[in-house]
Design a protein around this ligand. Sequence first.
Ligand SMILES: NC(=O)c1ccc[n+]([C@@H]2O[C@H](COP(=O)([O-])OP(=O)(O)OC[C@H]3O[C@@H](n4cnc5c(N)ncnc54)[C@H](OP(=O)(O)O)[C@@H]3O)[C@@H](O)[C@H]2O)c1
Length: 251
Amino acid sequence: MDKRIAIVTGGRRGIGLGVVEALAALGYHTVATGVSPEAGEGLEKLGDKVSYFRADSASTGDRKRLLEAVEREYGRLDLLVNNAGVAPKVRADLLEMSEESFDRVISTNLRGTFFMTQEAAGLLIRTAEESPDKPMIVNIGSMSAYTSSVNRGEYCISKAGVSMVTTLFADRLAPYGINVYEIRPGIIKTDMTEKVTEKYDRLIAGGVTPIRRWGTPEDIGRAVAAIAGGALPFSTGEVINVDGGFHLRSL
Ligand SMILES: NC(=O)c1ccc[n+]([C@@H]2O[C@H](COP(=O)([O-])OP(=O)(O)OC[C@H]3O[C@@H](n4cnc5c(N)ncnc54)[C@H](OP(=O)(O)O)[C@@H]3O)[C@@H](O)[C@H]2O)c1
């Protein structure tokens, strides 16, 4: 079977679903994960281009079960997209943030990304040894990796950590021809940002992003598809901002 196989964590909705849709259009078969029992409407629409596997990225056992299932079913892995992520349940000031919230956010966003990559590395390396098209890894980071939000510091810390995960695995896996990329989304319209819609509407209208609109899951899907389609073969550890220009400084 030479169909290219991807894993997209948190691929049931939001940015992850945008990525799964873009990969389906490229001809990938994607194993999308989530914590919900059902695949959901978005994935069901894609038919046999996708399968759903319930796996909590924060759980050692779930990560292991996922990779064993992918190896058993397809025998290869061409792309790992570490997208699963959570925001704090409560936006608490840095001086009051709880250890519980810190641990919850770090467990999925940072530990989950690191150990999912570690767990997948064996199958990625075996695929690289057997296939002329080298496997890749894409981490979905955030502009929060370098932007201070003092009412969700645990999220910022987790995304700053993801950035180093990108650097470390880019370095470690380069000898196998496995490139690692990070996409840094800006303000993207998903369930995660729903509660703060008004705030972001106001900021965007005021010019916080030079491109004055919300980003969409499709914007991120397009960026992942460009990478997965082979647009950046001589780049690894690279960060791609998909943020409407948020990262620019202007005077
Ligand atoms: N939205 C933004 O503005 C924005 C900006 C920058 C970066 N990001 C990052 O982009 C990624 C996706 O965000 P989003 O806005 O699409 O969020 P979302 O709409 O809340 O969707 C999150 C997805 O991740 C899954 N998920 C959550 N915890 C998980 C876990 N422990 N194990 C496996 N899957 C898990 C959810 O599964 P269920 O569907 O089963 O609940 C869901 O499919 C996150 O890493 C986020 O930090 C988002």
